[in-house]
Design a protein around this ligand. Structure first.
Ligand code: SF4
Length: 348
């Protein structure tokens, strides 16, 4: 088959978006002459905009488009206008397949899940998901199952930021007080999970000490819902790190966040969307893991390290810990500091 226009229905979250990039690149390689578009949510859009393999973004905003049938048909019309011959559906949802069928896309390929086989023209049984297999392979398994070529080797999830994105991020950083030197970044939050959060005061201590050893400033990141956690980190910093700290929580768009991450000397983070972004951008990233499995959703990138303490109850995938949060409580400041210093030595 030689489609002229291919649409990839993207996952809904930043981390999943990053982990899907190897599959997106494999689709591109299989159809080098086609126009390649991605149907994506606005809050993930910048991830795909940073990928050369993609020609076009089709926006799907559930805050408007999920409101009943009129929204459904509005999105279907938007997809129809793109005149796509083929859609590869990365998410498993029934509604995704129904939407693409309603859009009139002739070829609709995806996993045969949620009883949606009726909407698909090529379906792949979802393979078993063995413990410890990275989520990036979930998407690659789909592409391979569809009969498309998947390159050997580690999944290529790298991201680049355009120079204008970097310039915009530099302005945001400078307006927030950056003087242009070394930066220790901290992202103390995690969307929809309290169990994934390491202590704000411990992050502050690691960041304070790393900044002191590198004559660096500390930049604290977070979404609007993470303002309180970010404020806790900022309050718990000490010495010059506190005086020169840069508060970025709730102040960056996704593309500004990606640009700002590129300026970091090191990034300290929980298992989160920004963790995946930083790793994919090649930023030195230290990720603290507790209830989730780093083998499955760990950072993919050349300069990453995961810190976790082995506890019998992990991975549990709980959003709130039903016991004493030992998976995170047992991760010490010294441990994270040691791993971070090993990843980013002060003397190169
Ligand atoms: S049950 Fe165990 S792994 Fe899960 S959040 Fe609690 S301490 Fe962590």
């Amino acid at each position: 088959m030689k489609p002229r226009a291919v649409l990839i229905y993207a996952p809904s979250w930043i981390g999943d978006g990053v982990m899907s990039l190897a599959a997106v690149r494999a689709v591109r390689e299989s159809f080098p002459d086609a126009r390649l578009a991605v149907l994506t949510r606005p809050w993930v859009e910048a991830v795909y905009q940073a990928v050369d393999a993609i020609d076009e973004i089709v926006r799907y905003d559930p805050r408007q488009d999920d409101r009943g049938w009129s929204g459904f048909w509005r999105t279907a019309r938007r997809v129809r206008e793109g005149k796509f011959d083929l859609c590869v559906l990365l998410p498993n949802a029934f509604r995704a397949a129904a939407l693409i069928k309603a859009s009139g896309v002739k070829e609709r390929w995806g996993f045969a899940t949620e009883g949606r086989g009726f909407f698909l023209t090529r379906q792949v049984p979802q393979p078993p998901r063995p413990f410890g297999r990275h989520q990036a392979y979930f998407y690659l398994d789909l592409v391979a199952g569809l009969g498309l070529d998947v390159p050997d080797g580690a999944p290529d999830t790298h991201l680049d930021v355009a120079s204008e994105v970097a310039d915009g991020a530099r302005r945001v950083l400078e307006q927030a007080g950056w003087t242009g030197g070394a930066l220790v970044g901290v992202h103390p939050g995690a969307t929809n999970s309290r169990a994934k959060i390491w202590s704000a005061s411990r992050y502050a201590e690691v960041a304070t000490r790393m900044a002191a050893e590198r004559d660096a400033q500390v930049a604290v990141f977070g979404g609007p819902k993470e303002a309180e956690l970010a404020a806790e980190v900022l309050a718990a910093l000490s010495g010059p790190a506190k005086e020169t700290a840069i508060a970025l929580q709730g102040k960056t768009s996704l593309s500004e966040l990606m640009g700002a991450l590129k300026f970091l000397t090191v990034f300290l983070t929980n298992d989160s969307g920004p963790m995946h972004l930083a790793a994919a951008l090649g930023v030195s990233t230290v990720a603290v893991f507790g209830p989730t499995d780093a083998r499955e959703t760990g950072p993919l990138g050349p300069k990453t390290t995961v810190v976790r303490e082995p506890v019998d109850c992990s991975p549990c995938l709980y959003r709130d810990c039903p016991i004493d949060h030992r998976c995170m409580e047992r991760v010490s400041v010294e441990r994270v500091l040691g791993e971070a210093n090993a990843l980013v030595p002060t003397v190169l």
